[in-house]
Design a protein around this ligand. Structure first.
Ligand SMILES: [Zn+2]
Length: 176
């Protein structure tokens, strides 16, 4: 009996690559999994503490300045308010930076997984002469003709330069 030939995976199996339970995204059993929220408890605590501290400093500054008549007495209290604003801003920037970093890590893992699964499909895809890259009218990215993400879609071919001129960027999955 001959061993079963491995056929290339159907594009439909892509939906099975990521399953999301209540709290975790599991890209594939045995591979790394990531919390579905990009922020963890430490990020939340940091943001909450910075916001609360900033608000307290601003409040103290406002009340302090209001109760002083002389400008020279108001200035140090105004500095307190500026410090409060900076603390709150730093908390917000840190929060956003942590979220962006977490999303980048997840995206890289997902793209690497899809590439490892579908890389051969893209290479084996139809590649006629002068075909270039394909995209549909409203797509923001262009793809290699064999890319799983355009399978079954109504796309038209154009050169890389033409897609770029239309404001499209290369697909991250098929490395167009
Ligand atoms: Zn693609």
């Amino acid at each position: 009996m001959s061993p079963k030939l491995r056929t290339r995976p159907e594009p439909a199996t892509m939906v099975l690559l990521a399953t999301e339970s209540s709290d975790w995204i599991v890209l594939e059993p045995g591979l790394e999994s990531y919390a579905s929220e990009p922020w963890n408890r430490r990020n939340l605590t940091g943001f909450a503490v910075a916001t609360a501290l900033g608000a307290a400093l601003l409040g103290a500054s406002y009340l302090g300045v209001s109760s002083e008549v002389q400008l020279k007495d108001q200035v140090p209290l105004l500095d307190l308010g500026i410090a409060g604003f900076l603390v709150a801003t730093a908390g917000g920037v840190g929060w956003l930076a942590a979220g962006i970093k977490a999303v980048r890590v997840r995206k890289a893992a997902a793209v690497a997984l899809v590439r490892s699964r579908f890389g051969s499909v893209e290479v084996a895809g139809p590649a006629g002469p002068g075909e270039g890259f394909v995209a549909a009218a409203r797509m923001t990215r262009y793809h290699r003709p064999g890319c799983s993400l355009v399978a079954g879609k109504d796309v038209s071919a154009a050169t890389r330069a033409e897609h770029s001129a239309a404001g499209r960027r290369p697909c991250g999955v098929c490395a167009a």
